[in-house]
Design a protein around this ligand. Sequence first.
Ligand code: TRP
Length: 337
Amino acid sequence: MKGIILSGFRPTGKVHIGNLKGALENWVKLQDEYACYFEIADWHLLTTSYDDVASIQENIFQMVVDWLAAGIDPKRSIIFLQSSVKEHAELYLLFSMITPLSWLYRNPTLKEQIRDLEMTSDNNYGLLGYPVLQAADILCYKATAVPVGEDQLPHLELTREIARRFNNLYEEIFPEPKSLITQFPRVLGIDGKKMSKSLNNAIYIADSEEEIRRKVKLSITDTAKIRKNDPGHPDICNIFSYHKIFNREQTDEIKDSCQKGELGCVECKNRCADKIIEYLKPLQEKRKNFEKDPDVIYDIVEDGNKKARIIAQKTLDEVNESMNLKINRRFYDKTSL
Ligand code: TRP
């Protein structure tokens, strides 16, 4: 039997090249070997952006367009919207009963997020439960593997702990899903920090040629290389990190000539922008076609919702039965004897 994959993004809008290389391209490959579920995690988005819902529809649309442009194939994989499959909420509630608070408080991803977003002590209840909801996402489909970035590993560990606890308390229903880590260097933002939408340092799949050139030109490189002929340090340069990803054939030569002070940053950046533009071109063409036909996107998600619901309902039937919930006909049959 094929393994089952579930992964997802929060719908924050257009996808950047960090997500493309770090996750999306990996998902595309996994479609050959696994039954894949790709989730638009809109409830997870609300854990931090509950006060900003105006752009959710637009952001879902743009994100799904990027998924499809990158090669997610709705004929083989199920693309669905989390809030359209209510079973996630039901399983989340049941899991919340068996999840000790200490497991949630020690979660490093949560701690990091609270620090990054400068959140305060009156954080919302939903944010604490973020990984419990994620466990429900994964286990609704009995996923056996979850492709994620390193930052998600603590969440996945919690998913396994919840599955184990459930299986011990009630019945062996859930697999303990393993993580599939993408073997890809972290893509840096144009400021040299981790590429992230919220840090405003990202290059997007949908960026125009001018936009990409402008961003690459603005990039901070090796600050010790001031003049064209100063020797540079490619290993700490984010432009070099892009060359490694989008311009593999020339990386050795670029490294060498940068270190020798032969290659200036202006030329190096131009060559880098050319390669990124060339790489994204076919994706952008596919993107344009989808944008012309938004109802295709709607149908894909609605169709995915239906398929996802069938599987999730089956799982929840088993869960409810094993926890002895829902009024049970058999009990009444017995007592009437
Ligand atoms: N937490 C993930 C992220 O921020 C999104 C997500 C939600 C997810 N549910 C998931 C990822 C289930 C993997 C599996 O990127």
